[in-house]
Structures are given as structure tokens and as C-alpha cells.
Design a protein around this ligand. Structure first.
Ligand code: BYC
Length: 314
């Protein structure tokens, strides 16, 4: 039998060789916990993220827009399922993860604690929020834990479609009547800074980044990804005639990127501690949906049990 030190050496060697760590491999407890935290929070974000958009399905301005939004919201539910499954391979049950969310112990992305006031907000979510998610998730396709990486590859393919549907909405509004353009600009004004917060706190205030980078869970830091996102998004806003709401935004030739005003980090910490505009509403909606779905889970479990018994007999 291998000693703990030998097992740790094998683990380190795999990371150094860019090999995946798989569920049956030995891994340090801290690595396992770090992954459960991040992947389950990611899963919760996908599922809670269905709420602000789901709110607009009945009010989409055309049948086409309704179909596209419906498909997107269903995709988010699917992403949650892939991610809960990936986390389950680390030895935690889905019930435990959901209980932690409902008890306010597990987080979900801060962005979903802001309200969707107009149809343009649906455009802004697709363009900015999914755009930020892709920026983060492209890196996570190469994360060191095999099941998480494989889930991310599927998710990224769908996120690209989500980002395009959002940008299309914004483009239509921005090229429409002055009122429509104003609606798009207002959505950009309200979603810009909350989107920058999605990448997490600045690196010097991020307790988890050092371990995440060391273990190749994250390949880039919160600040690096935020900078990339700004660099990519500013020209997209300019292309459709919208203005990023930051008077200090300026191209910096030396760093080949934009200088920009950081978000209000006090607001960020308040929101993730439960005091954002919609935290209570979102959690209450999730708990209600979970309770109302109890009979479906029980029926599915009873069916599975009966089916398994029949399989054993035949
Ligand atoms: N919101 O040390 P740090 C989507 C927490 S959904 C809330 O930097 P880390 C979509 C952090 O958890 C996409 N909490 O942490 C769905 C930690 O607290 P704990 C969601 C945040 O993990 C539907 C503390 O702050 N994407 O695409 O190294 C419709 C210190 O942070 C946030 C993911 O979840 C935040 N924004 O980095 C449309 C990606 N930021 O856990 C779209 C996967 C930080 O110690 N997750 N915190 O209590 C990650 O990449 C990383 O977990 C983060 C944070 C970049 C979010």
C-alpha cells in the first residue's frame, strides 16, 4: 500500500503533467472540498439563474423570442444537472448540496440577485452575463478535475448560443427607436458593474485563488479574467452604439487593455452575504419550487425502485 506522501507525489505529478484527476484517484481532502464548494455553487448559479430570465418567458415580444428564451432557460437547468452530477462524484449527495443552498450556507452567483426590469435586461443578461460566464468557463474546460472539465465543454457550447441571443436582442433595440435604444442603454448601465463582480473579488482579497491556481482548478485569476472581459466587451458595445457607463474607461496601449473603474466591492460583499435587491425572493422561489416538486421526486424514486426490482427478477 502506498503512503500518503507517495499518493501526494502521484497527485502532484498528474497536475504537473496536465493530466486529469478522476473520481477514483487519491486527492487531498482540501482539493476535494474546494471542488465541492466551487462546483456546487456553480450548479446553484445555473439553477437560480433560471429565475430572472424565466420571469420574462410569458412577456417575450414575439413567438420567436419566446422560443429562444425558453430554450436558453431550459439549457441552464441542464447545466445545473451536469454540474450537480460532477460534484456528486466527489462524495456529496445532491440533497446535501441543495440543503446547503436553501440554508444559505452555499452561495450562488451574485449577479442573480439583481432584478430584470425590462426586456432589454434579457438582452443584457445574455450578452454580458453569459459573456462573462463564457470567459470564465473557457478556462474551466481545462480545469484539473476530469468530470468538471467534461461538464464545462458541453456547457460552453451552449453558452456561446446564449451570448449571441443576448447580443442580438441588444442590437435590435440599439438600432430601433430612440426609446428602444434608451432601454438598451439603461440595461447596460444597470448590468455593467454587477457583471464585473461575477469574476469574484480582486486577487488580493480572494482567499481561494491561490489554492485554485496551484491545483489548476482555475487557470487564470479573477482580475485577469475581468480584464479580458472588459477588453472583449467594450468594442461590442461601441459596435451597436452603446456606451459603457464608466467615465474612466480608457485604452491603455502599454498593457494592451482598457483601464476601467472597478465595481463597488462593498456592494459585492453585501450581496453575497444575502443583502442584495433580490436575495430573499430568489431563495424563497427556489425553496418553493423544491417543495412543490417533492411528489415528482418521490414518484421517480418509487418508479426507479420498482424498475430495479423487476430487472433483478428477470
Ligand atoms: N457571486 O476566493 P474567491 C451562468 C465568493 S452562472 C457569489 O475569489 P473563488 C448563468 C466565493 O465563492 C455562472 N459569490 O472564490 C446561469 C468565496 O466564498 P466561499 C456562474 C462569489 O471560488 C444562468 C468568496 O466570494 N459561474 O453562467 O476562487 C443564466 C471569495 O471569492 C462570487 C460560476 O460559478 C460571485 N460572483 O472564485 C445565465 C463559475 N465571487 O465559497 C448565466 C465557477 C466570489 O469561500 N466559479 N464569490 O464562501 C468560479 O469560477 C469561482 O468560484 C468564482 C469565485 C470566480 C465565482
Amino acid at each position: 500500500m502506498k503512503s500518503e506522501k507517495e499518493l501526494e507525489e502521484i497527485f502532484e505529478k498528474k497536475l504537473a503533467n496536465n493530466e486529469f484527476i478522476e473520481p477514483k484517484d487519491w486527492m487531498p481532502e482540501k482539493y476535494r472540498h474546494h471542488l465541492i464548494r466551487q462546483i456546487s455553487q456553480h450548479a446553484h448559479s445555473e439553477v437560480v439563474g433560471m429565475l430572472p430570465e424565466g420571469n420574462w418567458i410569458t412577456r417575450a415580444p414575439s413567438l420567436r423570442a419566446k422560443l429562444v428564451l425558453l430554450a436558453k432557460v431550459q439549457d441552464e437547468g441542464g447545466h445545473g444537472l451536469y454540474l450537480y452530477s460532477a460534484a456528486e462524484t466527489l462524495g456529496i449527495s445532491r440533497d446535501e448540496m441543495i440543503e446547503a443552498l436553501h440554508a444559505g450556507k452555499a452561495k450562488y452567483s451574485s449577479i442573480f440577485n439583481y432584478p430584470t426590469l425590462t426586456w432589454a435586461d434579457i438582452g443584457a443578461i445574455g450578452w454580458l452575463v453569459d459573456g462573462a460566464a463564457i470567459m470564465n468557463q473557457v478556462m474551466l474546460q481545462r480545469t484539473s478535475y476530469g468530470p468538471y472539465s467534461r461538464a464545462m465543454i458541453r456547457i460552453c457550447k451552449e453558452e456561446s448560443f446564449h451570448q449571441r441571443q443576448g447580443y442580438e436582442i441588444m442590437m435590435r433595440l440599439a438600432l430601433g427607436t430612440p426609446e428602444q435604444k434608451q432601454m438598451a442603454q439603461d440595461a447596460l448601465n444597470r448590468w455593467w458593474y454587477p457583471t464585473l463582480m461575477m469574476f469574484g473579488p480582486p486577487d488580493d482579497q480572494s482567499p481561494n485563488t491561490a489554492d485554485a491556481v496551484k491545483w489548476r482548478i482555475k487557470r487564470e485569476t479573477n482580475d485577469q479574467l475581468r480584464q479580458k472581459f472588459v477588453n472583449q466587451t467594450v468594442p461590442q458595445a461601441e459596435f451597436i452604439g452603446l456606451k459603457v457607463p464608466d467615465p474612466n474607461l480608457k485604452w491603455n496601449e502599454a498593457k494592451k487593455g482598457y483601464d476601467f473603474t472597478p465595481p463597488d466591492w462593498n456592494e459585492f460583499w453585501r450581496v453575497i452575504k444575502g443583502d442584495g435587491p433580490c436575495n430573499k425572493e430568489r431563495l424563497a422561489a427556489r425553496i418553493k419550487a423544491h417543495e412543490e416538486g417533492k411528489w415528482v421526486r418521490e414518484a421517480a424514486a418509487a418508479y426507479a425502485q420498482k424498475h430495479n426490482k423487476e430487472m433483478l427478477v428477470s
